[in-house]
Design a protein. Sequence first.
Length: 133
Amino acid sequence: MIIQSSSVHIPTSLTSVKEFLCDARNISFLLPQDKISEFQASEEQCSFKAQGGILINLLFDEKNEQFVRYKSGKGSPFSFTLTIFLDGESENCHGHVTFDGEVNGFMKVLIEKPLKALFEQMSIQMKAYFEQN
């Protein structure tokens, strides 16, 4: 199952956004605080409980010119990658979140709509964070 958020304009450099996203502790700034609990993080990984009590564990995987990628860690309910694609110029960039998960048909019906909303919110929060800082 692949879910992609809308692309947002981020009013800062591509380099700054990538540096920010490569530190898993910063993922908390992208998450809707009213829909998560028990957020814990180090530079390389973060975990939290999503609404409904589902444990999400993200491990930093890789970065390159076009993206920063996290993968599912131990305790996650299924295998997935979370990739934040970025493109831009010296002072501005655009980004969107893409989720690619190995989910069966029954699980897809249950989680597709809430995950789509979560990734849209993450994109909006990414834009808002850099507008404020």
